[in-house]
Ligand binder design. Structure first.
Ligand code: CUA
Length: 179
């Protein structure tokens, strides 16, 4: 019997299945089922998996929502580019724009409060890498990535772009403050 030659019994599917074969089919099927149900299980209970939602979005809409938030909740400005530091209310939608080669604005959040973090890219694909928490999200233009976040530690966190986006990629860094 070989896999290349035609089978000796042409109607092979009517042959009784060998016990070993049934055993392997059962093992493989059981393993498939375990892997399958691990997907929803890990989505809900996995600590390291980020459950984000993604929607299509028009850049103008996202820019407007961001501008409204910045106009209402700016507390100060920082960096050489005068990027506003925004402290939006707990529970609200907060907006963060990635573009060549900065993040806008800088967010200041409260510890223990939950926010809906909305991310988009205005031009090319960027990355959102939150350090030292090591949370990584791809930010794709035309899409709005929504993550529910609840900071558990206060301090100054770093965001960096981890998707190569051109000559200024290495300078595409920012912060999130947690009070
Ligand atoms: Cu943006 Cu690399």
């Amino acid at each position: 019997m070989s896999a290349i030659q035609p089978p000796a019994q042409r109607i092979w599917w009517n042959q009784p299945i060998h016990k070993d074969e049934i055993l392997w089919v059962v093992i493989a099927f059981t393993w498939c089922m375990i892997m399958f149900f691990m997907m929803p299980y890990w989505h809900i209970y996995g600590k390291q998996n980020l459950s984000n939602e993604t929607y299509k979005v028009k850049p103008e809409w996202f820019q407007r929502a961001t501008d409204e938030m910045v106009a209402k909740y700016t507390v100060r400005k920082e960096t050489a580019e005068n990027i506003p530091v925004v402290a939006p209310p707990a529970g609200s939608d907060v907006y963060l724009i990635a573009r060549l080669w900065s993040f806008y604005p800088i967010l200041e959040l409260e510890k223990g409060k939950t926010y809906r973090l909305n991310l988009t890219a205005m031009d090319y694909q960027h990355g959102f890498s939150l350090q030292p928490e090591n949370i990584n999200i791809q930010i794709v233009p035309g899409y709005q990535h929504v993550v529910n976040i609840t900071p558990t530690k206060s301090g100054k966190f770093s965001i960096m772009c981890n998707e190569y986006c051109g000559i200024g990629h290495h300078k595409m860094i920012s912060n999130i403050y947690v009070k």
